[in-house]
Design a protein around this ligand. Structure first.
Ligand SMILES: *[C@@H]1O[C@H](CO)[C@@H](O)[C@H](O)[C@H]1NC(C)=O
Ligand SMILES: *[C@@H]1O[C@H](CO)[C@@H](O)[C@H](O)[C@H]1NC(C)=O
Ligand SMILES: *[C@@H]1O[C@H](CO)[C@@H](O)[C@H](O)[C@H]1NC(C)=O
Ligand SMILES: *[C@@H]1O[C@H](CO)[C@@H](O)[C@H](O)[C@H]1NC(C)=O
Length: 345
């Protein structure tokens, strides 16, 4: 009897040590997330922008903290999917922990240089390469890492601004964007990352900045054709890259169809309950045309208004999603994210 109890205890003790070991290993081999691109995935690199001014961050973390939203953005949800903390923005790399990866994304930037000041994606990848050269991450770290890449929206904004809204020759521009993106994706893989999630282009014709012209009544199809063509071409390029590599390194995140399907669902709910907010209307707006979300006058008085319930909005302001918007898009992307699984997840 005594002998039996003892052996049960030994077994339990053994189990305890085995479990602890597994847990310890997992912590060491934790996946890291490296992020490249624009404001849809930036979590704090744009230090002199509206992302650090009220009312940004009112939902999360409660004060402005560098996100172009009232709360979490796509990066935060993907990090939570990977069961890690959202990676440190590159600008804070020396003062914060780096074991969850680094976020190089910068609001307003693109694949090429844009009207905004900030590192284009090539320069962001250069910064990543420098960290690798400094041996901050090992080869094994990189092999079990995930990269998240999202850009092109600001490239099109720059193109349209330069051409005063004309979409003539836009197909040639799409082709050159995809070519550069393809080079960037190959480069990230050659730096050692084996899982790379690439955002397709959101329907730019649905952005409040554009739909304002229809009093937020409907998306403008000619602009959505730009997104459709871009997404189609990017998807094809990524499929060819995977084929060439003989393994599914690249995973596309279909922002185009997920935005549209969330908007359609929200429109439908509203047709059943007219007290709900129009999902094409932004939560935060300037009080008149000359003001924008976050504007203050010379005496510091607010010149913008907020919706009653940011938590039921889709758009935060003219071009960005609210936390609710991102959460709902993330749930639509979930089945694609399953393809990011590594042995470590
Ligand atoms: C961070 O540290 C590295 C070396 O440890 C140094 O070269 C770099 O200038 C520092 N960057 C910042 C922003 O302080
Ligand atoms: C990225 O920015 C750098 C610095 O401005 C510039 O030299 C380079 O040509 C840009 N790359 C692309 C692909 O536009
Ligand atoms: C999209 O692609 C189609 C077919 O290739 C083309 O006819 C159309 O002009 C393109 N539209 C835009 C906005 O790029
Ligand atoms: C990831 O999950 C999918 C679906 O569950 C599975 O088919 C695939 O083999 C998994 N890949 C890896 C690398 O574990």
């Amino acid at each position: 009897m005594v002998k039996q109890t003892l052996s049960v205890m030994t077994l339990l003790l053994l189990l305890f040590f085995i479990l602890r070991e597994v847990e310890g290993d997992e912590r060491l081999d934790e996946v890291k997330l490296f992020v490249f691109g624009d404001s849809y995935v930036d979590t704090g690199n744009s230090v002199n922008s509206i992302s650090y001014k009220p009312p940004s961050g009112i939902t999360f973390p409660g004060t402005p903290a560098g996100r172009f939203s009232d709360g979490c953005v796509l990066t935060d949800y993907i990090a939570s999917y990977l069961k890690i903390k959202s990676p440190t923005p590159y600008v804070f790399r020396n003062s914060s922990e780096q074991q969850h990866g680094i976020n190089f994304a910068h609001g307003g930037t693109g694949i090429f240089n844009t009207l905004a000041d900030g590192p284009n994606m090539t320069v962001q990848i250069d910064s990543f390469e420098k960290l690798i050269q400094q041996k901050i991450y090992t080869k094994a770290d990189l092999e079990s890492s995930v990269a998240l890449v999202n850009a092109a929206g600001n490239d099109y904004a720059t193109f349209l601004q330069r051409k005063q809204g004309s979409i003539q020759n836009i197909q040639a521009f799409t082709t050159s964007l995809i070519q550069q993106m393809s080079l960037n994706l190959r480069r990230l893989h050659s730096l050692g990352i084996n899982k790379i999630a690439v955002g397709l282009l959101e329907p730019i014709g649905c952005m409040p900045l554009i739909t304002m012209a229809t009093s937020y009544d409907k998306c403008l199809e000619p602009f959505n054709f730009i997104s459709q063509n871009h997404s189609q071409m990017l998807l094809q390029t990524v499929q060819e890259l995977n084929k060439e590599l003989g393994k599914p390194v690249f995973v596309t995140l279909d922002l185009y169809n997920s935005f549209l399907s969330v908007l359609a669902t929200m429109q439908k709910s509203r047709s059943e309950d007219p007290t709900l907010m129009n999902p094409l209307q932004p939560c935060c707006e300037g009080v008149s045309m000359e003001y924008y979300c976050g504007s203050v006058d010379e005496r510091g008085k607010k010149k913008y208004g907020l919706c009653q319930k940011p938590e039921v909005s889709f758009f935060w302001e003219g071009v960005h999603l609210s936390q609710n918007g991102w959460y709902r898009v993330y749930t639509m992307l979930y089945s694609s994210l399953l393809n990011l699984n590594q042995t470590k997840l």
